[in-house]
Ligand binder design. Structure first.
Ligand code: ASP
Length: 373
């Protein structure tokens, strides 16, 4: 009970005890006393509630990114390599956070953040993407707006410098959700996006990686444990970003080169709305990374949202179930980053590591690589 409550109960007791013995004048005095106290108490209550209103927290903001999940082990990492990853992750997540802090949209934050990772040769997206079996590079990306449930995606493109922007253009300037191949490249060019020669995306590291994967395939003999880790990691490295802005709008985006040595215009989960990317203001925004075939079959990003919407689960619990129970039981591996409409986040993986970073509502930045961090 607050102070006001205590005052009222003392007064009522006092009044009840004296009631029988009071003469007319005393009754009038008592009535005046009661009215005065009721007035003072009402003023106190009004002040308290207006103070509470002033203290109400504004809409939280937040941003989470990933740069791929996989068998990322300390023993295979040099300090220089680790520092390089942490630096780009920190820069990228900060770019998005600054946009959100200034009142920018979650869409803009996701797009600009992903640009930084697409432009970095470290990640399997944009420059530095992995090579197909025929030594070409094909890129996939998708974006979803949680406020409108609008979405856009592109797959198998070869000349768009920043595929995430092409996905957003599909959403905003076409009647479609997904474009593929040459047509998607032509569309992006018509929209005025930056077009580059296919060679722009190539890096020596990925050329060597494709050679090594092919050699291992041809050897047909038992591979060493180190070789197995290397081969497994060639599947991964996608980038993704989810954000919540000051208007309470969620957005999610994912961009990738897919898997090393992929054939037949294979497409993974990254450009598939509901599998690699999903955003809904009613629940959360999710971006996934991992073995795409399993993430498509588990409809990972939408499944997390559905568990929140239909079962009332938290983002952490929903992500844990989907990554550790559903995907894992099929034999798939990978992870997700997510943020809900209150700014709660999830960074869940069933692999030894996932490049990831987060800035919370107070501007506190976290960058992590290994699962046990
Ligand atoms: N999910 C991507 C794919 O299957 C790969 C990755 O996340 O690294 O294409």
């Amino acid at each position: 009970m607050g102070n006001e409550g205590i005052v009222i109960s003392i007064l009522i007791n006092d009044f009840a005890q004296k009631k029988k013995k009071l003469n007319f004048k005393e009754k009038k005095q008592m009535q005046f006393k009661v009215l005065s106290i009721v007035f003072v108490v009402s003023m106190m209550l009004a002040c308290t509630s207006s103070k509470k209103e002033n203290k109400a927290t504004p809409q939280p903001i937040g941003i989470v990114i990933h740069g791929g999940a996989g068998t990322i082990l300390r023993k295979n990492m040099t300090p220089e390599k680790e520092a390089a990853y942490r630096k780009v992750l920190a820069e990228a997540v900060q770019v998005g956070y600054e946009i959100l802090k200034k009142g920018g949209s979650s869409q803009e934050a996701v797009e600009k953040t992903i640009h930084l990772m697409e432009d970095s040769p470290l990640f399997n997206a944009g420059k530095g993407a992995v090579l197909n079996s025929d030594e070409t590079i094909e890129l996939d990306a998708s974006f979803m707006n949680g406020a409108t449930l609008d979405a856009g995606a592109i797959s198998g493109v070869r000349t768009i410098k920043n595929p995430i922007s092409a996905a957003i253009q599909v959403m905003e300037n076409s009647p479609h959700v997904m474009l593929s191949g040459k047509g998607a490249d032509v569309f992006a060019s018509e929209q005025g996006l930056e077009i580059v020669a296919p060679e722009y995306f190539f890096t020596e590291r990925r050329i060597q990686a494709l050679k090594r994967v092919k050699e291992s395939e041809q050897k047909k003999k038992e591979t060493t444990a180190t070789e197995q880790v290397f081969l497994k990691n060639q599947r991964y490295g996608t980038v993704g970003c989810v954000a919540l802005d000051q208007n309470g709008n969620l957005a999610a985006g994912t961009s990738t080169g897919g898997m090393t040595n992929k054939k037949w215009n294979r497409i993974g989960d990254a450009p598939i709305i509901g599998a690699g990317t999903y955003a809904n203001n009613a629940t959360c925004a999710i971006s996934a990374t991992g073995w795409g075939e399993f993430f498509i079959r588990s409809v990972v990003a939408h499944d997390i949202s559905a568990l929140m919407e239909y079962k009332g689960l938290s983002i952490q619990e929903a992500s844990r179930i989907v990554i550790h129970e559903k995907v894992a039981s099929l034999g798939g591996d990978g992870g997700i980053v997510g943020i809900d409409n209150q700014g709660n986040i999830a960074m869940e993986m069933n692999t030894p590591g996932m490049y990831r970073a987060h800035v919370d509502n107070n501007g506190k930045q976290t960058v992590k690589i290994y699962k046990d961090e």
